[in-house]
Design a protein around this ligand. Structure first.
Ligand code: ADP
Length: 440
């Protein structure tokens, strides 16, 4: 069933109004029709009641159709308006359309055949226009919302940027503080260690057994503190990118043997056996011996620290012609799977409580990882809680940080006449093996 349309006819001529009514009724259009005779009456009615369509006579007694359309627009009354024009008003009709009329029709064509389709079309066009206007309005609103959100995001981004800068600054200050403090503390620490060593020498006069014991403790604790300070210093240097490798040619098996011997007394204090197995055809490497030693010392002291019984084993082997592997295995407390990745982060320890059993800075493994990265090597760990851990490192025979200058220096220090090409042809290791291995 067709909806009943509310129609307003604005015309001062009774006959014309009737013509509209008759044309629509005859065509069977369901309407509820209201009539007014002038422009002001129309505005009053339209302000109160909503209509589906207005038929507007162009020539009203108080105003013309154009000014009425403008008034409707300015008062924001939205209704489709079909203007009824007289003969020869075509030019006026164009102006009316521009002013917002939906359609126009000459009064001479007011018939049941022509009027209904014009009415329906005007309503359809108006509704479509309203929908477009609504969609446009929604679009404008969401656009404004987006602009506001964007502004908020931009403000947040700038805030985060500012906070980031502050954090970077604070982190740099912290690193600087760590570096300065550890550097400053090393000088008095070296004096404590040096003077304790002097006191323990017989030349300085005999000490009682008890005094000796106390000085030895001062010495041991001083060394331990110095080791911790060095870790902090190394870490801050690595963080600032200020730690350089000093590569040279050396015998890896000698460094490994020496380091293991150095750590043996620590293992013996805990009744741990310390085994070493070196399986190298060619032990010559080009790397920083101090840093390789530091890596090994760190892994071994961890292995000893975290093992209560059983043994520690160090294995060295060739993985390939240009890659060497060192594994440090222990039968200690092991590490839970969830912790395996964390332990390589700075200051991360499995037990971070202040009452923890095992001492340390939590910097050993991050330093090892960073040093190995600089060398072009890497470290992995396998572990089972309660059974033990294996830390495996891989290092290239020739470290990445071996700049040409470093290599040249190494070459010059081994044999003046050795040409750069010999190294490139990988003949140097053999040559070095027989003549120029740097003694420990
Ligand atoms: P630190 O030993 O000074 O605490 P590290 O960076 O060397 O710092 O090690 C980080 C953490 O990794 C240790 O606190 C410990 O929880 C765990 N860890 C390292 N090596 C072992 C090991 N061999 N066995 C068990 N846990 C280990």
């Amino acid at each position: 069933m067709e909806e009943k349309l509310r129609i307003l006819v604005v015309d001062d001529d009774e006959v014309d109004r009737m013509a509209v009514r008759r044309a629509l009724t005859k065509a069977g259009v369901e309407i509820e029709l209201s009539e007014v005779g002038d422009g002001n009456g129309a505005i009053t009615v339209l302000a109160d009641t909503s209509y589906d369509c207005v038929f507007l006579d162009y020539r009203l007694p108080d105003q013309d159709g154009l000014s009425l359309l403008q008034t409707l627009r300015s008062t924001n009354i939205k209704v489709p308006v079909v203007v009824l024009t007289g003969q020869g008003d075509d030019q006026i009709a164009v102006e009316l359309m521009k002013a917002g009329a939906t359609d126009y029709l000459s009064k001479s064509r007011l018939s049941p055949e022509i009027l209904p389709p014009i009415l329906r079309n005007a309503i359809r066009v108006h509704r479509a226009e309203m929908q477009v206007a609504l969609a446009n309005q929604q679009l404008r609103e969401s656009n404004e919302l987006l602009i506001r959100k964007n502004q908020e995001l931009e403000a947040q981004r700038r805030q985060i940027e500012r906070q980031n800068l502050k954090l970077i600054e604070a982190s740099q200050l912290k690193s600087q503080f760590l570096a300065t403090m550890s550097h400053e503390l090393r000088t008095p620490m070296n004096a404590i260690i040096g003077f304790s060593q002097l006191l323990l020498r017989p030349k300085c006069g005999e000490l009682t057994h008890q005094q000796k014991d106390m000085v030895q403790r001062i010495l041991n604790n001083g060394k331990h503190l110095l080791m911790l300070l060095n870790e902090v210093l190394d870490f801050s240097k690595l963080e600032a990118g200020r730690l350089d490798l000093k590569p040279e040619i050396f015998d890896l098996s000698k460094i490994v043997n020496a380091t293991v011997q150095e750590m043996r007394s620590l293992a013996e204090q805990k009744d741990l056996s310390l085994l070493i197995q070196i399986d190298l055809q060619n032990p010559v490497v080009f790397n920083d011996p101090t840093r390789v030693r530091q890596i090994l010392t760190n892994l071994l002291s961890n292995a000893i620290k975290f093992t209560e019984s059983g043994c520690i084993k160090v294995e060295v082997k060739e993985i390939s012609e240009n890659q060497l592997g060192i594994a440090v295995c222990d039968t200690g407390i092991g590490i839970a799977p969830a912790e395996l990745q964390n332990i390589f982060e700075a200051f991360r320890q499995v037990d971070q409580s202040t009452t923890r059993k095992y001492s340390g800075t939590g910097l050993g493994l991050p330093i090892i990882k960073a040093l190995l990265q600089m060398m072009g090597g890497h470290i992995i760990v396998e572990s089972r809680l309660g059974e033990g851990s294996v830390f495996r490192i891989k290092i290239p025979r020739q470290t990445l940080s071996s700049t040409q200058q470093g290599q040249d220096e190494a070459l010059n220090s081994t044999h003046a006449s050795t040409s750069r090409n010999l190294w490139k042809q990988q003949e140097l290791p053999r040559f070095v093996q027989s003549q120029s291995i740097k003694e420990e």
